[in-house]
Design a binder for this molecule. Structure first.
Ligand SMILES: C[S@@+](CC[C@H](N)C(=O)[O-])C[C@H]1O[C@@H](n2cnc3c(N)ncnc32)[C@H](O)[C@@H]1O
Length: 203
């Protein structure tokens, strides 16, 4: 099968790797929610061979993810799991990290809420949750282009939309995670890092 190529993923994979290289130090296992084409998985996992990267998405994305994994020939990227955040139930397996890119504005808010519940349940302690994408803060968009993007998403589907970091902060807190760092990324995106830590320990 020809590999599907997401132009945005091709552009942002290297900057995302730049942050994850730092934030995932010491991590041995990672679960990715909404792997899409699988481009982020193979790019980051190729650079971090000590990390085992579990891909996941809805079934329709699996053939593309498998094609990227097969082409990369990486042993540390695992075949995609069928994982719909709206129906998935944690099986008790813990990961050192959870990562998701460009999913929060595509999913309904109920699905975003469930993403944070799942991340909280699937992370060990210590654990790190990294979420990449466009976000607003305090109800304000960082740029007119992000505001226009939000309007276009909501016009397409009323359940979609750019999420506000203040709301995500509440979801993170409810699920045992604290905001650790926020990275400004190209194209007005952010990479937000929440952690679960042992009491009294910071990462
Ligand atoms: C815009 S794409 C981003 C893909 C990839 N992470 C990237 O950044 O290129 C959004 C992804 O979220 C996935 N997705 C949407 N709803 C989902 C759900 N309820 N559970 C899990 N994944 C979902 C889609 O299948 C799609 O792969």
């Amino acid at each position: 099968m020809d590999k599907p190529c997401a132009a945005a993923a091709a552009r942002n994979a290297a900057p995302i790797l730049g942050v994850l290289r730092h934030e995932l130090r010491g991590c041995a296992t990672l679960f990715e929610i909404g792997s899409g084409t699988g481009q982020h998985a193979v790019t980051v996992a190729a650079a971090l061979p000590e990390l085992e990267w579990q891909t996941s998405d809805l079934e329709q994305s699996h053939s593309g993810i498998r094609a990227w994994i097969a082409d990369a020939g990486l042993e540390n990227v695992l075949a995609p799991m069928c994982f719909d955040v709206l129906t998935a139930e944690p099986d008790g397996k813990k990961f050192d990290a959870v990562f998701s890119a460009n999913t929060a504005h595509i999913m309904s808010y109920a699905a975003v809420r469930r993403t944070f519940e799942l991340a909280g349940a699937m992370l060990g302690v210590p654990g790190v949750f990294c979420l990449y994408g466009p976000f607003s803060r305090g109800g304000a968009f960082s740029t007119p282009s992000n505001e226009a993007f939000d309007a276009s998403l909501r016009a397409r589907n009323a359940d979609m939309g750019i999420r506000d970091l203040d709301d995500l902060e509440v979801l993170a807190g409810r699920n045992g995670m604290q905001l650790e760092r926020t990275y400004a990324m190209p194209a007005n995106n952010l990479l937000v890092v929440w952690t679960r830590n042992l009491p009294g320990c910071r990462r």
